[in-house]
Unconditional design. Sequence first.
Lengths: 182, 598
Amino acid sequence: MSKPVVATTSLAGCFGCHMSILDIDEKILDLVELVEFNKSPIDDIKEFTKPCDIGLIEGGCCNSENVHVLKDFRKNCKILISLGECAIMGGLPALRNGIPVQECLEEAYLNGPSVSGNKKGILPNDDELPMILDKVYPCHEVVKIDYYLPGCPPRAELIWEALAALITGNELKLPYEVVKFD
Amino acid sequence: MENEIKSIVGKFNKDPMRLMDILLDVQAEMDHVPEEAVELIAKELDISNVDVEQTKSFYHFFTDKPQGKYTIYLNNSATANMMGRAEVAEAFEKAVGCKFECTSDDGMIGLYSTACIGMSDQEPAAIINGHVFTNLDPYKVRALVASMKAEKPIEEMVEKYGDGNNSSNLIKAMVNNNIRKKGPVLFSEYETGTALKKITDMDPQDVINEVKNSYLRGRGGAGFPAGLKWDFCRRAQSEERYVMCNADEGEPGTFKERVILTEMPQRCFEGMAIAGYAIGAKEGILYLRYEYKYLQEYLEKVLNDMREANLLGKNLAGKEGFDFDIRIQFGAGAYVCGEESALIESTEGKRGEPRNRPPFPVQKGYKDQPTVVNNVETLCSVVKIMEKGAEWYTMMGSRESAGTKLLSISGDCKYPGVYEFEWGIRIRDILEMVGAEDVQAIQVGGPSGTCIGPRDFKRTLAYEDLPTGGSMIIIGKERKLLQDVVRNFTEFFIEESCGSCAVCRSLTVILRNKLDKIIAGKGTQSDIDDLKKWTKYGKMANRCGLGQTAANPIATTMENFMDKYEDLIQKEVEYDTGFDLAAAVAESCNYVGRKPNL
């Protein structure tokens, strides 16, 4: 059997979950033995070059590009995993969800304390730019997600164990500390 | 303002437990409860602003801003919608010139929605400045709004009074009783005071035993044996005990208590006094929903008459040392206060959040003292049981359900109104009696109850078969069950959840969103599977009956009308999140001035 192929991406996230993937330390050598990476910031492959088995998604969707990337992942991966708080619930970026998008844009580009030099009051509207969504969506509200790994970020061992369980077909044990919310 | 607040707070002896009454008076006087009033009340009661604010913000009828010289609260229950609420609402908006949940620019007329106001047999109905207007239609609405614009006093807009005591001087309401079927227990001949005079010769424990022997079960819905409840309360160690009568009747489709309290409140009060005698309480409280405030003057008069007749007050019915009196506590618009521990919290001036149990109210209730909370109908039944004996009572009804039951029947039938049936009656026989043809479904026991279809019409109303708190909404063949009924009920629970339990607070919204997705044609089989699974969580993870039953509209229609769901889902698609990119980017693209590039 050929090695399972893994792809990863960070949408509206902070790359913390990817840092946590790297945090498996020397086990990353084992991981490379076990799996092959495709599209991922880890190996800097920008586009899918083959169908993948597992897609790890960090972050939710805050703009149209996130949506396109996520849909692309869904199309190319057999199994999609929401990795961490932002992918699962929207996380910190979703703090804007109670605020009208118009107010968010004004704060970011016109009225915010760190805004300087935008004398003409320009709001970014170039066709090249991703379009902002009305709110930040967790991944499962955009495409079907198969598994969720909680945490902010999920602990490195958890990511390791989850991948190992998926690949070997064993049951994943999620200890209480990992899934408790208060 | 300071003097006004001081005088209101003074009226209630600066007692923080009377915060509900204080806020009700302030709202009545100023047409809202301003920030400044909150601070003044807190100062006068020597509690924090937040204590006042949290109670104020909990109840629908306490408002931050003036709602208009005329405030219209139009019922938005499923029954109101069936009877033509949409046209009435549109006529209001057109005539007033503003949308619902707003007040007109001149501050004259406010248009607001409210949950079921207990008039399901005469919908569409609205409460305008405390007066109830029933059977509304667009023509009547235009006339009403014209009168408001001419600043006519609200009393003069009530053109025709209803039947029975509704037309008495102290009520003068256009509400109708619609008593369609009288029975031997509740709508029967009775001379006030007979039972009370009889029991004062008995030992209190014997009174309790008599109620136990009658197998009377609580009529609010849960069906707990009334005698047992009294016994528990009597046995609880304490100097003080309380009797509370639950007249919060917030379950949409239920209105029987309104009729009892209009036609025979004496019996309810006498039942409370009997309970007081049995458990050893000196004080009784009738917790009455705000929607029935139009009965206040009348009920106060009845209480006074009973005091004069020595049926309330000191040494009742001539019995030395038997003191018992009753006060009326009004709610302010919160369905959850029908739950007995929430009702107690509310009576203590707090948010109507259900308590953790144990301890149960019979151990630690009002003011932390042993308290019996009984439904109006239960207490009225007690009176008749004490008059005629437990044996007489148990001869009626079925094996596990003794006596009779009042039903509020509304919806698609010829004769909506209140019926007194013996327990054990067949659903089919009821349908025939109320003139219901082409019935698609019946909502038994309100949104928190069960939605049954024709294959269950052979069943009987009884605790051992189909229990009910007392209402049936009949849903005709032409109705869209999910869109017109289930969605409305689910929204109702979202509005009325107290928010204390996370699962109740969020699951209700999640279920509504799923339902909306299915109704919008974006659902798949996986959504139906999710709903099946998720509706079970409410029962496991919520503290009170509201949260435990909030999923019932969906759960019971999935059980009995699965085809309605299956008809709406996409068959060829395995999974669909329902996400719509065009809709999601529309707002931001519009604001920055770019054409969405999808």
